[in-house]
Design a binder for this molecule. Structure first.
Ligand SMILES: [Zn+2]
Length: 260
């Protein structure tokens, strides 16, 4: 069975630094750019294990650039959670997916916050097979992460097409929520369910992370109905192994060790 990797915290908070960004700043660490995801979590938010695994490092008074950190070893990869304010697990402990492992931190006043200018979660995923060259063994974890309520067996009801130049995909069916991505004219999405709210028709898109788009507001149409699925469509299985992911991005590192 393939491992599913779940998002390490609530999806409500924006990403403040993507994988690969700011190469100039990371050159001093021997990296080609930022080697993880920075999520703009305020201090004190729960941080969860992305998959079943074992705690290989629980450093409560870390003085490295990661500060107070937890590292979990999973079947195919190691996950790293940095700049925490509190740790809820111990080294050697087995954890299950979505288990609370600590709380976010990163306040500059905290002596164990590590190298940070303010509260956020720094998250890394390091495949056992090796990462993208230049990134300290890490890969961009975002394509591998799913929502906590992600259901790979969920069947979409219909498909829509964006009919405006740009349409926002949001984390909740609410214009006050965060814009996660913006889709262009002609983009097509499979829809899992619809929600009518305050004169707006919101559609939940079939993606690993929770995304909603507004298809209609009053007489304005932003996404038109394209087709109804009369039979169960080919299920898109987003739960991918890390090695399959590495192959998909064209990285052929050393083969992972066989398990005996
Ligand atoms: Zn970071």
């Amino acid at each position: 069975m393939q491992t599913m990797y779940f998002y390490p915290c609530s999806e409500e908070f924006p990403l403040s630094q993507h994988f690969g960004e700011n190469p100039g700043m990371y050159r001093q660490y021997g990296l080609s750019g930022h080697n993880g995801l920075d999520i703009a979590l305020p201090a004190g938010q729960p941080v969860y294990a992305v998959a079943d695994g074992e705690v290989v490092l629980a450093e409560g008074q870390g003085t490295s650039c990661y500060g107070r950190q937890v590292r979990l070893q999973h079947k195919e990869a190691l996950s790293l959670y940095a700049h925490l304010s509190r740790i809820e697990v111990q080294e050697g402990e087995k954890v299950v997916e979505k288990q609370l492992i600590g709380w976010s931190g990163g306040a500059a006043s905290d002596p164990y916050a590590g190298n940070t200018t303010g509260p956020h979660l720094h998250f890394e995923l390091r495949p056992a097979a090796g990462g993208v060259p230049g990134f300290g063994g890490a890969v961009n974890p975002l394509p591998l992460l799913c929502s906590h309520d992600y259901d790979p067996a969920a069947v979409p009801i219909y498909q829509v097409q964006v009919v405006v130049p740009a349409l926002n995909l949001r984390t909740r069916p609410d214009t006050a929520s965060r814009i996660a991505e913006t889709a262009g004219l002609g983009a097509e999405f499979s829809i899992l369910k619809e929600e009518e709210y305050d004169g707006m028709l919101w559609l939940r898109v079939q993606t690993p992370l929770t995304r909603f788009l507004c298809a209609r507001q009053g007489s304005q149409t932003y996404a038109r109905h394209l087709l109804t699925y009369s039979s169960r469509p080919q299920s898109e299985n987003w739960a991918r192994s890390v090695t399959a992911f590495l192959r998909s991005i064209g990285y052929t590192g050393p083969a992972p060790q066989e398990e005996h």
